[in-house]
Design a protein around this ligand. Structure first.
Ligand code: CO8
Length: 261
């Protein structure tokens, strides 16, 4: 694997790519060099034919404690606007392959927003989410105000964004942000995320990507447009060998052997 300064990458299971944020001294605060490395690693996995699902994690203590406040504190409006500050954080949400966030410890500010930009969030019981920007004189900039509202509604989003209070893994699960709170234990959340990614990686990659695109259409499009998008993608699967293999295997009572073609 390529060597980076602030992240680690590996393939812990067939078809699965793992990115670990690794800036422990700053609780994985998301400085610009870290984001550049993260984007590089994510785009490499997205383009790698041997990878079919991605897991993003941090440490047991911190998924990420937000954008790097020390780097940001003297930034000017002109600099932020001219140089499109944080626009490149959008790479994560543009991936075609599914990405699972395995969150343990702090997921605050930009760390919470990165988790919200993934497709599935698994959380350790120790996970602490929050959009605390209001406490340092600013507001979420990585989609927190928008993505939270789509999932948990206006009143809760307003409460969290206006007070900055942290919320627990169980609250996040109850509200539908997190799909599962895993058992307690170091490394447990990443282990479960790798297992889930392995299940996804065992399916047809083409069907998986089409399914992700269809679900995401519901966030961006009206219901009637979304239904059309879903149907076109569904029709499209009939042009793949994997659909013939999958349905043929069912009819022949055997396991399918997908070739991702
Ligand atoms: N930026 C820079 N350094 C940080 C950050 C951060 N966000 N968070 C922690 N650190 C550093 C600390 O400064 C400290 O460094 P040092 O040892 O050199 O003093 C080290 O990490 C350990 O942190 P603490 O000593 O504070 O550890 P505690 O256990 O006492 O506290 C907390 C942990 C509660 C997580 C605390 O560190 C904290 O409140 N951190 C800041 C959380 C925060 O406000 N995050 C939001 C940042 S703003 C933001 O993310 C805006 C996003 C907009 C763009 C997003 C685009 C997607």
């Amino acid at each position: 694997a390529k060597s980076y300064e602030h992240i680690l990458t590996s393939s812990p299971a067939p078809g699965v790519g793992l990115v670990t944020l690794n800036r422990p001294k700053a609780l994985n605060a998301l400085c610009s060099p870290l984001i550049l490395e993260l984007n590089d690693a994510l785009l490499a996995f997205d383009a790698d034919p041997d990878i079919r699902a991605i897991v993003l994690t941090g440490s047991d203590r911190a998924f990420a404690a937000g954008a790097d406040i020390k780097e940001m504190k003297d930034k000017t409006y002109v600099d932020a606007y001219k140089n499109r500050f944080i626009e490149n954080w959008g790479v994560l949400a543009s991936l075609r392959k599914p990405i699972i966030a395995a969150v343990s410890g702090y997921a605050l500010g930009g760390g919470c927003e990165i988790a919200l930009s993934t497709d599935i969030i698994l959380a350790s019981p120790t996970a602490k989410f929050g959009q605390p920007e209001i406490a340092i004189g600013t507001i979420p900039g990585g989609g927190g105000s928008q993505r939270l509202l789509k999932t948990i509604g206006k009143s809760r989003t307003m409460e969290l964004v206006l007070t900055g209070r942290q919320f627990s893994a169980h609250e996040a699960e109850r509200w539908g942000i997190v799909s599962k709170v895993v058992r307690e234990g170091d490394g447990e959340v990443v282990r479960e995320a790798i297992e889930m990614a392995g299940v996804i990686a065992s399916k047809s990659q083409l069907a998986v990507q089409a399914a992700k695109e269809a679900v995401n259409a519901a966030l961006d499009q009206s219901l009637s447009e979304g239904l059309k998008t879903e149907r076109r993608l569904f029709y499209g699967t009939f042009a793949t060998s994997d659909q013939k293999e999958g349905m043929g295997a069912f009819a022949e009572k055997r396991q399918p052997n997908f070739t991702h073609s």
